[in-house]
Design a binder for this molecule. Structure first.
Ligand SMILES: Cc1cc2nc3c(=O)[nH]c(=O)nc-3n(C[C@H](O)[C@H](O)[C@H](O)COP(=O)(O)O)c2cc1C
Length: 345
């Protein structure tokens, strides 16, 4: 049975595993661990270049590291040359031993697409087929793929792309149902997830526009997908996995944590990010995006964000959050602004 099949059987009805999506600059080890704690069943690394892996540069090796408590974890790789992708997959499998190797056929970024990587491959399905086959035979680990619906509107055909991947040896297919040219505009076309599910035998992982717990339930009902993958909805909101699980099980969806708990989670995340990265100051700067997400929708969030973005150390982040807490949360008149329904409990 495939890795995805094993994960499926481990969960109660509706047995739909929740995946933390691969996200460059976001789904790093500390965030993956946090999401696992809140109920993500499977996590993925951000996409890593096959060329970078084969050159063995330090930054790339950092992207490949993970802790045992993150498992099951997939490492996602991208590239445009089947034999280089195969070599990179074999190296990752032997050196880091993740649970599966995922191939990125979705990245829309110009720099990657220009060299035929990511969604650039979708312009040539024979290349897609050769890459999947090369990776699948190079490693004993399951090979999965993450695709978009096509390169552009003209070539849009997620079922055909999915079948090509399946025939070449992919054991699961994650679909973000937008084309490369759509980038992130409009709505993800969940009907295409359903069509893919009906068109292939391997498990289909639905992805796109899960923002609240109930969206996960809706996606599952609309598409019958085998698993659900969440990216942007988890930003500053790792508890979304817990909420999605409740919605999938038909249980009451727990509210968002109040500010005190939100700050505690943010600080725990920041602490792990700083101790994980080699250079603490750089880790604090790279953590800014998470800070912005954690405080979104709070009263005076703009001022708080400006202050937090000046912070150069974990202690400064702690102090600024504590000052905010004193100013806004210890006074009985403190009220939330509209935007995040349950930000202040
Ligand atoms: C900051 C960011 C980085 C991303 N990096 C990757 C990546 O490395 N690999 C990949 O396959 N998709 C990547 N994606 C796409 C997401 O995995 C996902 O397909 C997309 O955001 C749609 O899901 P969502 O609506 O839940 O955000 C990234 C998305 C974001 C927002």
């Amino acid at each position: 049975m495939s890795m995805t099949g094993k994960v499926v059987s481990a969960y109660p009805a509706p047995s739909v595993p929740l995946y933390l999506a691969p996200q460059a600059g976001v789904s790093e080890s500390p965030f993956r661990r946090l999401c696992r704690r809140f109920g993500a069943d499977v996590v993925l690394s951000e996409f890593v270049s096959a060329e970078g892996i084969l050159h063995g540069n330090d930054r790339t090796m950092d992207y490949l590291r993970f802790d045992e408590d993150e498992r099951p974890i997939g490492v996602q790789i991208f590239g445009a040359h089947p034999s280089r992708m195969a070599d990179a997959a074999a190296f990752v499998a032997e050196t880091f031993r993740p649970d599966f190797i995922d191939i990125n056929f979705g990245c829309p970024v110009k720099k990657v697409v220009k060299r035929n990587g990511g969604s650039g491959c979708l312009r040539d399905l024979s290349l897609v087929s050769r890459i999947v086959a090369a990776v699948a035979t190079a490693t004993p680990l399951p090979t999965t793929v993450k695709i978009r619906s096509g390169y552009d509107q003209e070539t849009r055909d997620p079922v055909r792309i999915g079948k090509v991947c399946e025939d070449a040896g992919a054991e699961a297919i994650a679909l973000h149902p937008r084309t490369r040219t759509e980038m992130y505009s409009g709505k993800a076309n969940w009907d295409e997830i359903r069509a893919l599910k009906e068109g292939v035998q391997v498990p289909v992982i639905g992805n796109g526009d899960i923002r609240v717990g109930e969206d996960a339930r809706r996606m599952w009902e609309v598409t019958g997908c085998d698993a659900i993958m969440i990216a942007r909805g988890s930003h500053g909101d790792p508890w979304l996995f817990r909420q999605a699980r409740a919605a999938l099980c038909g249980d009451p969806v727990p509210p968002d944590p109040g500010v005190e708990e939100r700050f505690q989670i943010c600080l725990e995340h920041a602490k792990n990010a700083v101790s994980y990265g080699g250079n603490p100051q750089r880790a604090v700067i790279e953590f800014r995006k998470h800070l912005g997400w954690y405080i979104k929708g709070l009263p005076s969030a703009r001022e708080l964000r400006q202050e937090l973005f000046q912070a150069r150390s974990l202690q400064e982040i702690r102090d600024r959050l504590e000052r905010y807490r004193q100013d806004h949360l210890t006074r009985p008149s403190a009220r939330r602004e509209p935007g995040r329904a349950t930000a202040v409990s």
